[in-house]
Write a protein that binds this ligand. Structure first.
Ligand SMILES: [Zn+2]
Length: 277
């Protein structure tokens, strides 16, 4: 083999590998809902190798021979026209637009008996800031080697006690809107992985209690909070339906439940958009 042939084959191989990592073939898509806290599922019309929305890398998935951009829309997004950029393999870029419609989220008022969980002291704040940086880092990670599965079953058998996006008041004071779905269930009820992935991190956090962050690949990452027990360790590969822990009431809670969040492009979106039953 001539030197140039070898270089050409090597370059071609690099290109193939690069393409494989930039987009991923999937067997399902999440439900599209172009509202704050929703997901924009948009055919790209091109073979893009990278997509960016608000400085974050977005998921590019091939489904039924068509490439889609799957974009998590932040809850605090403005209503109206937004744009994201796509980069092709040849380096050219293109900008696509989509429209975010209004969605009215209702208020939820909760009473917390431990006032420190509503008005944390200075020492608590140091811990809270450290933990939120830790979780933010986990949410912004990107794993090319996992194929995301967008159709999910609820991770625990129970009653949906609180939905995503509710405007929250604790002991009468306004706090961040609800960034996930709450499923009330008896303590020690098993929590099952709703889709395959790798355990990214586990920990005990001030607000979230015993917590697991599960990486499904290509920016799709899920979070499980207030658990009684954590049954997995970071780095463990889990399949759909595999037990990862048990329902508890650790952290800031009013009773035993699972708080379940889903993240796309480092943005918390409504988990209901992934549920198939
Ligand atoms: Zn919750």
């Amino acid at each position: 083999m001539k030197y140039f042939e070898a270089i050409a084959i090597f370059t071609f191989f690099l290109l193939l590998t690069g393409l494989a990592q930039a987009q991923v073939g999937v067997s399902s898509l999440p439900q599209s809902s172009m509202v704050p806290g929703g997901i924009a599922v948009i055919p790209t019309g091109v073979e893009a190798v990278e997509g960016i929305f608000k400085d974050q890398r977005i998921t590019l998935a091939n489904y039924n021979n068509q490439q889609y951009a799957i974009i998590g829309i932040p809850l605090n997004s403005s209503i109206g026209s937004h744009q994201f950029s796509l980069k092709r393999a040849n380096g050219t870029t293109e900008t696509l637009q989509f429209k975010i419609e209004d969605k009215e989220y209702v208020e939820q008022h909760l009473t917390i008996s431990n006032n420190r969980q509503v008005n944390p002291n200075a020492e608590d704040m140091v811990r809270i800031n450290r933990e939120s940086a830790e979780m933010n880092l986990a949410f912004s990670s990107w794993n090319d080697s996992l194929t995301p599965v967008f159709s999910m079953h609820a991770p625990v058998d129970g009653i949906r006690s609180s939905s995503f996006g509710l405007k929250r008041f604790f002991n009468g004071q306004a706090r961040s809107p609800h960034s996930g779905m709450d499923i009330a269930a008896d303590e020690e009820e098993p929590i099952l992985a709703p889709a395959p992935g790798v355990i990214l991190t586990t920990g005990n956090y001030f607000f979230n209690g015993n917590t697991i962050i599960l990486d499904h690949g290509h920016g799709l990452i899920s979070l499980y909070c207030h658990m009684n027990t954590i049954d997995v360790e970071p780095g463990t590969r889990v399949e759909t339906g595999e037990q990862i822990g048990r329902v508890g009431q650790t952290g800031r809670v009013t009773g035993p439940h699972l708080h379940w969040s889903i993240n796309l492009n480092n943005t918390r979106v409504d988990p209901a958009l992934f549920l198939v039953d």
